[in-house]
Design a protein around this ligand. Structure first.
Ligand code: B12
Ligand code: SF4
Length: 409
């Protein structure tokens, strides 16, 4: 069979200017689920191609004619585009559409309105049976793999869109349960790969000629001794807008990331994802500002924060970027990581400042823009008006809440 995996993305992220900024921020890289699942299908004799809309264009016209099964990988912010694609595929071809990933694991009833079948949770153990027609239920529950060393390494030979960095994920899930976190629920329980297995994968990427590799574990330092053994931490990740957060706390966290000499800052606005306790809490107490999934990308405020207005939080996000990627930082980065990184940082800093300027401009002058609405919204819409589900649970039984909910670490 001809099988095509697509990881969709929003219209904004398909825009060439956005792709360019993404390249300056870091090397194009790929979500590994489709590469792992595609690799399993290829090994079973199928022809597989994998595309990421974020990184390049997809030859849909050709694919509509030649593909038997489309597999769409759906997270919350790309769900509307994923559904649009699924409807288009059904209209233009006879291919089947299977969906999987974070969002449809949480809300399979929403996804199944557009797909022929949904696989919830981890797909490795069931993908072949579903594609080859031995499992025909509309919603198939994926089974978490106990021994991660059994998972095949991602197969980059089937990836058709640009990719300069290989993603290494040495664990799945996290021992904690922050109330806003999707992945600790999606990939439960927390599991580690053996260090030998991880090193083997890294060696393979070196042989393949990858110059860059990213550790993309959700909580790489959960087991500090193990983390030290693999490599030293280079990326600082900060969540902005927790109920306990005041502006000073956010600024202190960003300052900390700068003080430790982190190469990259990934400021992320707290995003109440369906399936998390924070989502239910916000939806039920009427604090959600929108039900437009495309805005759930951790760069837009979609809820009413406790200690500041939505726009103030959005501004703190911009401030964090501007402060971290300031005009002096390229020199410091250049000294530690080399000239090439210094230059890259300089270009990224400029693009980031341009983006912030654009968002501010829209917030003041373009009434139809989301930024204008955010700046001028004084009160959230009641959830009933937003048409969002008030509760959403991961369907797999192993993911149901059974642990104490921890505060972020
Ligand atoms: C690497 C990564 C990226 C990379 C590459 C992703 C890409 N090109 O789209 C980059 C940096 C570019 C990125 C970008 C973004 N990301 Co990201 N990313 C990750 C990360 C860290 C690892 C992904 C991964 O490889 N996981 C491991 C593999 C094994 O899991 P998987 O891919 O989900 O696949 C398994 C299952 O989901 C399922 N499955 C997946 N796809 C399919 C498809 C089918 C048909 C089937 C049957 C099954 C199936 O089976 C797979 C095997 O078990 C995850 C966190 C995480 N732990 O997953 C966040 C994560 C997916 N990203 C997230 C977000 C928010 C984003 C951005 C919106 C960030 C932004 N502000 O722009 C963008 C959106 C990109 C887009 N496509 O629109 C969130 C999504 C939350 C949610 N509930 O939607 C996550 C979960 C991080 C988090 N902190 O919560 N991301
Ligand atoms: S520390 Fe919290 S946010 Fe980070 S992966 Fe673990 S549960 Fe999720």
């Amino acid at each position: 069979m001809n099988i095509v995996f697509i990881t969709p993305t929003t219209a904004l992220k398909r825009f060439p200017g956005y792709r360019l900024a993404g390249k300056l921020y870091g090397q194009p890289n790929s979500i590994t689920g489709p590469l792992i699942l595609g690799g399993i299908l290829k090994k079973a004799g199928h022809h597989v191609e994998v595309y990421e809309e974020l990184n390049g264009s997809v030859p849909y016209r050709r694919l509509f004619k030649t593909t038997d099964v489309f597999c769409i990988s759906v997270m919350t912010s790309n769900a509307p585009r994923g559904y649009e694609l699924a409807d288009l595929i059904h209209e233009k071809s006879d291919a089947r559409v299977i969906m999987g990933g974070m969002h449809v694991t949480t809300l399979p009833e929403e996804g199944i309105r557009h797909a022929d079948q949904i696989i919830t949770g981890e797909g490795e153990k069931v993908i072949l049976d579903v594609v080859e027609g031995r499992r025909t239920e509309k919603i198939v529950e994926g089974i978490p793999i106990k021994n991660l060393d059994e998972v095949p390494w991602p197969d980059y030979s089937i990836l058709k869109t640009p990719c300069e960095a290989a993603n290494v994920i040495s664990t799945r899930g996290c021992p904690y349960r922050c109330t806003f976190c999707t992945t600790s629920r999606m990939f439960a329980p927390y599991r580690q790969r053996s260090i030998d297995n991880v090193i083997g994968e890294i060696r393979m990427y070196k042989r393949m000629g990858f110059r860059y590799m990213n550790f993309e574990d959700d909580n790489f330092t959960a087991d500090k001794e193990r983390a030290k053994e693999i490599c030293r931490r280079m990326i600082a990740s900060v969540v902005l807008g927790l109920d306990a957060d005041k502006k000073e706390d956010i600024r202190r966290n960003v300052q900390f990331a700068k003080n430790i000499g982190a190469y990259q800052l990934q400021p992320a606005i707290l995003t109440p994802y369906p399936g998390t306790p924070v989502y239910e809490q916000m939806a039920k107490s009427g604090r959600m500002l929108t039900g437009d999934w495309a805005r759930f990308d951790m760069m837009n405020v979609v809820f009413q924060p406790k200690n500041m207005s939505p726009w103030e939080l959005q501004e703190e996000f911009y401030r964090a970027g501007a402060y971290f990627y300031d005009a002096e930082s390229p020199d410091e980065i250049g000294k530690v990581f080399g000239k090439e990184y210094g230059k890259r940082r300089k270009r990224f800093g400029r693009m980031a400042r341009l983006g912030v300027w654009g968002a501010h401009f829209c917030s003041k002058h373009i009434k139809a823009s989301i930024y204008y609405k955010l700046r001028n919204c004084d009160r959230p819409e009641p959830a009933s008006k937003l048409h969002i589900p008030l509760t959403a649970h991961f369907t797999p039984t192993h993911c149901r809440e059974n642990a104490t909910i921890n505060q972020p670490v």
